[in-house]
Design a protein around this ligand. Structure first.
Ligand code: NOJ
Length: 535
């Protein structure tokens, strides 16, 4: 029997509920829709689902603006639907991870409404960051929201409140003990309802410092913090070292308390993964010290170029930094905040990279639709809903492209996603990328994911560390090849546009695209492709 906790080397499938499957024809995905497709999810070979927020919300930021964290938004169903989803997932041995949003509430949350009514100096305002205007009437400092525009909004009596994101997302004041007490109540609520873990939104943001000081380059900083804004890496790194509202020491005290709460559920093995975009990278390891959280996202692969030097450095660094705190890394190629990997680096490259990371130690996250090889949806500006688009007056297009609903079946858009009009249009060009089509095509991206995840379980989970065979520091073909061995498997990725010979021994068990040939005792890996060989 495997005594390792379930989350240690899990494959976790991220579902954006609004875009997964619509059960009632209103054009938006919902919880019963997810429940109805759990057999499909299970057939992928994943261990758990992470559900992006489905809580009561005016939906100004895709549900990350929570008005009641202990209830389900009617657009997604109700609490009974949540219970049923969890029960059906568990029946299939799938764990369920909920997405908790502790940095901010929606302005529709009863606390914020009460703070508006109660006025300056009140207990109600102390749950948020309310301050008076400067003498000249300007906001308390010059910070720029991550979604563009000022981080402060003025209320009727002249005070300003802080919001690192949209003005509808007031930041909570974590120095007020009522805030932690309320979140612990929320954590217990969902654990008692059956969830197995949490993804913690903006986990690095809860504690702020220097709230009344200006930043020397607030706009640059806001851009540097966005995954969808391109920037010279050196400039980005320099700016990221200056963030006054992220990654403060105080956040770790919060997670130590939460860890005790999780551990009090004993053999339920409740886990939490931190969304903590911190700098320098070594700081991420602090979130996964033995008495804090279980995993921290590594975002590097969401932006890394398809380049052997870059990928070697990202992978090696993540493995070795995590090892310093006895943790395993996490791997994600796409999520709901960043361009889809097939659009970003190319379709074949995306498959190759997925197969490469599936062999690595640690947990791997797959964003729903990634398994189909979906590109970003092409949208008109009139379709867009992301607050970033509006707050930057269209200068930044935002994240809707990655959130277009999934194509399930049939030949005509919306491909079985809904019987109504989908909340974002699904392009007719996705006709060949439906689940139905890919299930019958042995060479599809979907089949590659299913086969790879099955083999990963059989040969790689629990197989220990990797030994590099080809990289900028190993082997002789590092400009074209990256390769490692782990347990009985050798993984080779050809990043170049030409076939490449390699020395890998053993039997070919997987290739991400093309055909591997044998030539004079060597293996020839097709361009932009990865292969697994079993000793
Ligand atoms: C990170 C979430 O992933 C993103 O979608 C959201 O907009 C921000 N946090 C604010 O909650």
């Amino acid at each position: 029997m495997n005594s390792s906790p379930w989350w240690k080397e899990a494959t976790i499938y991220q579902i954006y509920p609004r875009s997964f499957f619509d059960s009632n024809g209103d054009g938006e995905g919902d919880l019963p829709g997810i429940t109805s497709q759990l057999d499909y999810v299970k057939s992928l070979g994943v261990d758990a689902i992470w559900l992006s927020p489905f809580f009561t919300s005016p939906n100004k930021d895709g549900g990350y603006d929570v008005a009641n964290p202990r209830d389900v938004d009617p657009r997604f169903g109700n609490l009974d639907d949540a219970k049923e989803l969890i029960a059906q997932a568990h029946k299939r041995s799938l764990r369920v991870i909920a997405d908790i949003v502790p940095n901010h509430f929606s302005d529709q949350h009863e606390w914020f409404q009460a703070a508006l009514k109660a006025g300056r100096g009140s207990k109600e305002r102390e749950r948020f960051h309310f301050y008076d205007a400067n003498a000249d009437g300007t906001p308390p400092n010059n910070w720029i929201s991550l979604f563009g525009g000022p981080s402060w909004t003025q209320v009727e009596d002249g005070q300003f409140y802080l919001h690192l994101f949209d003005s509808s997302q007031p930041d909570l004041n974590w120095e007020n003990p009522e805030v932690n007490a309320d979140f612990e109540k929320t954590l217990r609520f969902w654990i008692d309802l059956g969830v197995d873990g949490f993804r913690i939104d903006v986990a690095h943001g809860l504690v702020k410092e220097n709230v009344l000081k200006n930043h020397p380059d607030p706009q640059g900083l806001s851009n540097a913090l966005r995954l969808d804004v391109a920037m010279d890496p050196e400039k980005r790194n320099a700016l990221l070292l200056t963030v006054p509202y992220f990654d403060r020491q105080g956040v770790h005290e919060i997670y130590r308390k939460w860890r005790k709460l999780f551990d009090s559920y004993g053999d339920r093995e409740i886990m939490a993964v931190a969304e903590a975009w911190v700098h320098p990278p070594v700081n991420a390891t602090r979130y996964v010290r033995a008495d804090e959280l279980h995993q921290v996202f590594n975002f590097d692969l969401l932006t890394a170029e398809f380049d052997s030097k870059v990928l070697f450095e990202v992978i090696e660094r993540s493995i070795s930094l995590n090892a310093t705190v006895n943790a395993l890394p996490t791997w994600a190629l796409s999520n709901h905040d960043s361009p889809r990997v097939a659009s970003r680096i190319g379709e074949e490259q995306a498959r190759a990279l997925a197969l490469f990371v599936f062999g690595l130690p640690g947990s791997t996250y797959v964003f729903a639709g990634q398994e189909l090889g979906l590109p970003d949806g092409v949208l008109e500006d009139s379709d867009r809903q992301d607050p970033t688009f509006f707050r930057t007056k269209g200068a930044i297009k935002g994240r809707d492209g990655a959130r277009v609903p999934l194509p399930w079946s049939g030949n005509t858009t919306p491909f079985g996603f809904s019987t109504g009009k989908p909340w974002l249009p699904i392009s007719q060009s996705w006709k060949d990328l439906t689940v139905e089509n890919e299930l019958i095509d042995p060479k599809s991206s979907l089949q590659m994911y299913r086969n790879a995840l099955e083999l990963r379980k059989e040969f790689l989970v629990g197989a220990g560390g990797i030994t590099w065979l080809e990289s900028t520091q190993h082997g002789s073909k590092s400009d074209a090849l990256l390769s490692y061995s782990r347990g009985t498997v050798t993984v080779v990725m050809n990043l170049s546009d030409l076939p490449q010979e390699c020395e890998a021994g053993g039997k070919l068990v997987m290739v991400s695209s093309g055909t591997v040939e044998a030539r004079e005792g060597k293996k020839v890996i097709p361009p932009r492709s990865s292969a697994w060989f079993l000793a």
